[in-house]
Design a protein around this ligand. Structure first.
Ligand code: COA
Length: 166
């Protein structure tokens, strides 16, 4: 039987319990999940991508998930073609997510016709990375919305660099 690998990509700035919930679901369906920090050219990062990758890996390991975290600066569809990955998992919180995702799925399919996009529904529809950054900017604790390793990484970065803006 073939080893089924799924990719789950996002900006993960930061990676939240909402993202982790999707990875858990994907890990139950596939032999391996690659969690990729990818570049959204329309967004400027607040949190260091290398440190976030390490924190995501720690969160995946803490839950014993068959998943690994990677950084990639190119196209998702090209990475999947080069690495023999045929399933691209996306999380849906609402119909706005669906409309946004369908555009991405169609473009990815044009670039890599072997790649199938799969939607998993989110059980954490209110959480978003920008909501976390907003709360942080106002000095509110965000530990309830983040895996422990990510919360720890953010705390250390804030101690070193001061508070984050939105
Ligand atoms: N739970 C909680 N929050 C979720 C979520 C879930 N299940 N799913 C999505 N979100 C939130 C994210 O936190 C993020 O919130 P924010 O806008 O407040 O930061 C938002 O929904 C968008 O999520 P994300 O999936 O990270 O999309 P993105 O637009 O930030 O990143 C990439 C999209 C990185 C996957 C996309 O830009 C990409 O593929 N880049 C690489 C280049 C490429 O291949 N482009 C494709 C051709 S168009």
């Amino acid at each position: 039987m073939s080893h089924k690998i799924a990719l789950y990509a996002g900006s993960f700035d930061p990676y939240t319990n909402g993202h982790h919930d999707i990875v858990r679901k994907a890990a139950a369906l596939f032999d391996e999940v690659v969690v990729m920090i990818a570049v959204n050219t329309g967004k400027r990062r607040s949190f260091d991508a290398d440190a976030m990758r390490d924190a995501i890996q720690a969160a995946l390991d803490a839950d014993g998930l068959n998943a690994r975290a990677v950084l990639h600066t190119g196209l998702v569809a090209d990475y999947c073609a080069a690495n023999g990955i045929r399933w691209y998992v996306r999380g849906l919180r609402n119909n706005m997510d669906y409309n946004y995702e369908e555009n991405i799925a169609q473009i990815n399919h044009l670039i890599n016709p072997q790649l199938e996009s799969i939607y998993l529904r989110s059980d954490e529809p209110a959480i978003s990375s920008s909501m976390i950054r907003e709360l942080l900017a106002f000095g509110k604790g965000v530990g309830d919305f983040l895996p422990e390793a990510v919360a720890g990484m953010i705390e250390i970065t804030e101690q070193e660099n001061g508070k984050y803006g939105k």
